[in-house]
Design a protein around this ligand. Structure first.
Ligand SMILES: Cc1ncc(COP(=O)(O)O)c(C=O)c1O
Length: 403
């Protein structure tokens, strides 16, 4: 058996491959779905008569906020429509609390800390690191955060200021939070402090490619739990229309809404209202966004199915993999502490995979086990080869074969 695996490894090496499956990006055929946006003709003024070409409307034009309100199921007065990146709105939310949180700005705390379910999104960890906020990991399960771990961690320190979650098709495991998990999270967090921030990066809100567990609109769960002033939800069209060419939305209330408005007023005189209008003209309403996402799903689903078909070939004792029904990533968790080795072996065969550890704060995966696979930004043919490389590398590393 070892000989067969070595022969497979060596034959793949001879191919001198060069395939990159590190980042979860839409492929060209997905971008083509929105080409109409490139030459859509739009009026110079908004529905309310605002000149879209000039400064003004720092919190977004009304029709874009209405679209955001439909998508996030929150009243329009709680919605802000921003520019091309939800990560920017997330960053601005952290910044606003860092500088101006009442009664104590986070910058004045001795050691502010955030709770981060893991595995998670590397840019979230980078962002918190920028502010000197410690990202404290807790496990993410298939139905949401490990609530016992959440409660335990909060008992340890009073300087926890928030939690940052991707509530649907989480990056990278694909896990979707159950309503009960969110309700309990709200209860525990708000008992800890009525300023504890529940920050949700809803990047994959409309990105199902297979039937997905029903989730109540997050905003209504927050309102029912009485934590809307402590809740901020962001999302964007980066993986709906164009990466960096879409528009973004944020939902919040009370002091959190005031804080984000404060930093944005200093920082951004107004978002790109023309692009907001272009997107509103293109989609008209949230139902059309969902129909558009079905076309994405038809392009993305076959790639995930290819990835699953290869991962199924691996012996169970090597590890387990997530089977998301949406989003952009799959995680493979090795049984042995060999994630770094697997990624190195893939690289030796010419296939680049997200560095092991990057789904944990400080790149520290204590079990050296989690590997993120991103099957979208590659042709089906190359994906088949990349997956062959991946499973071969897992087997080599698992059996500790010296190549
Ligand atoms: C969880 C998550 N949030 C945010 C982003 C980036 O979104 P945006 O382009 O809107 O900043 C990504 C992209 O990979 C992501 O996976």
């Amino acid at each position: 058996m070892h000989e067969q695996i070595i022969a497979k490894f060596n034959s793949l090496k001879e191919k001198q491959l060069s395939i990159d499956i590190t980042r979860g990006k839409p492929d060209t055929d997905q971008l083509d779905l929105s080409n109409e946006l490139l030459d859509i003709s739009i009026p110079t003024h908004s529905e309310e008569g605002i000149d879209l070409r000039n400064y003004g409307e720092p919190f977004g034009i009304k029709e874009a906020r209405k679209l955001g309100s439909e998508l996030l199921d929150a009243p329009i007065e709680n919605i802000l429509a921003g520019e091309q990146s939800s990560l920017l709105l997330t960053y601005q939310t952290v910044l606003s609390n860092f500088l101006f949180a009442d009664p104590v700005p986070w910058k004045n705390l001795n050691k502010p800390k955030f709770i981060c379910p893991v595995p998670g999104f590397d840019r979230h960890f980078m962002m918190l690191e920028d502010f000197g906020i410690e990202a404290v990991p807790i496990p993410l399960n298939q139905d949401g955060i490990d609530l016992d771990a959440f409660e335990e961690v909060l008992k340890e320190d009073s300087e926890f200021v928030g939690i940052l979650c991707v509530p649907k098709h989480s990056n990278p495991s694909g896990d979707t939070y159950a309503d009960e998990n969110l309700q309990k999270m709200f209860e525990i967090g708000s008992n800890f402090s009525n300023k504890f921030l529940f920050l949700f990066d809803h990047a994959y809100l409309v990105h199902d490619f297979l039937p997905t567990a029903e989730q109540k609109p997050l905003w209504s769960v927050a309102v029912e739990s009485g934590v809307q002033n402590q809740t901020v939800i962001t999302t964007s069209f980066s993986k709906v229309t164009f990466g960096g060419g879409g528009i973004s939305f944020l939902a919040t209330a009370g002091h959190s809404l005031e804080l984000i408005k404060k930093v944005r007023t200093t920082m951004i005189i107004c978002p790109d209202k023309l692009n907001q209008k272009r997107h509103v003209e293109f989609f008209k309403n949230a139902d059309n966004v969902k129909l558009h996402m079905k076309k994405h799903a038809d392009l993305v689903r076959p790639k995930f199915e290819i990835a699953y078909s290869y991962l199924e070939k691996l012996p169970k004792e090597c590890g387990i993999f997530s089977r998301p029904t949406g989003g952009y990533f799959i995680t493979y968790s090795t049984t042995k502490p060999i994630a770094t080795k697997v990624v190195e072996l893939c690289k030796e065969l010419g296939v680049l995979i997200t560095p092991a550890g990057s789904t944990f704060p400080k790149n520290n995966d204590p079990k050296n086990s989690v590997i993120r696979l991103a099957p979208t930004y590659v042709s089906k043919e190359d994906l088949e080869i990349a997956m062959e490389v991946f499973i071969t590398s897992v087997e080599v590393a698992h059996l500790d074969i010296v190549i």
